[in-house]
Ligand binder design. Structure first.
Ligand code: SF4
Length: 221
């Protein structure tokens, strides 16, 4: 693999140090690199400020800020990070520096070009998101035992849809974790837990930990 061009630029919304809130890495300190722009408009989106706001920064500059936090866990997120092609040299450089690198993606764009060292956390959008038609079916066979698939559930109808996808796709055996979480403020954690237990569904239920620790509307956490 050629060395990444550190002068390449990306539009960055924010870089911040927080607690990873929703994956098998939840609870760990993590540096987040949030890229600007998303082509989806999920009904429950809590990062609409990342649709347009941001400044162009070089990969060298981004690496410098990530390094300043002295934390080996880095998550590349958005928005939708795969909309900017230079996300690939950025992730390569982050891996080359010895970090554990996560990417959170909507699942609407091809994940096949992502550096194999990166842990992919990919959404399968449920119907209430309004964007389930954007789930890219070509991504499904690309997922492996290092990856995590995430369902964000806004209603019982969403839950049933997710459950059927999980069972039909055999996801609990195919990936590192099947994550399922309630849309914040839409259904209660108790609702979701009750449905999961009634079905004995093989998933990892998640709450967005950062929203429990800080004000749910606070940015940069
Ligand atoms: S994919 Fe993520 S960033 Fe984009 S609209 Fe949906 S929730 Fe918001």
């Amino acid at each position: 693999m050629p060395l990444p061009d550190l002068t390449a630029t990306l539009k960055i919304n924010e870089i911040f140090f927080s607690i990873q809130g929703e994956s098998t890495f939840a609870g760990r300190p993590c540096v987040f690199v949030r890229l600007t722009a998303c082509d989806l408009r999920c009904t429950y989106c809590d990062t609409a400020y990342a649709f347009y706001e941001g400044i162009k920064r070089t990969i060298a500059d981004i690496l410098g800020e990530v390094r300043s936090h002295n934390c080996p866990l880095v998550e590349v997120t958005g928005g939708e990070p795969l909309l900017q092609p230079n996300v690939h040299p950025l992730m390569q450089a982050l891996c080359d520096e010895g970090n554990t690198v996560l990417i959170e993606t909507s699942g609407a764009h091809n994940i096949g070009q992502i550096d194999p060292r990166v842990r992919r956390i990919m959404d399968l959008k449920c119907p209430d998101s309004g964007e389930s038609h954007r789930n890219l079916t070509e991504n499904l066979p690309l997922l492996n035992h290092q990856d995590e698939v995430k369902f964000v559930v806004g209603s019982e109808k969403d839950y049933v849809w997710a459950r059927d996808q999980i069972r039909r796709g055999g996801w609990s055996k195919r990936v590192n974790a099947v994550l399922i979480s309630p849309v914040f403020g839409k259904i209660t954690p108790l609702d979701l837990a009750t449905w999961i237990l009634a079905d004995n569904l093989e998933v990892r239920m998640q709450l967005q930990m950062h929203k429990l620790i800080w004000d749910p509307n606070k940015r940069g956490v």
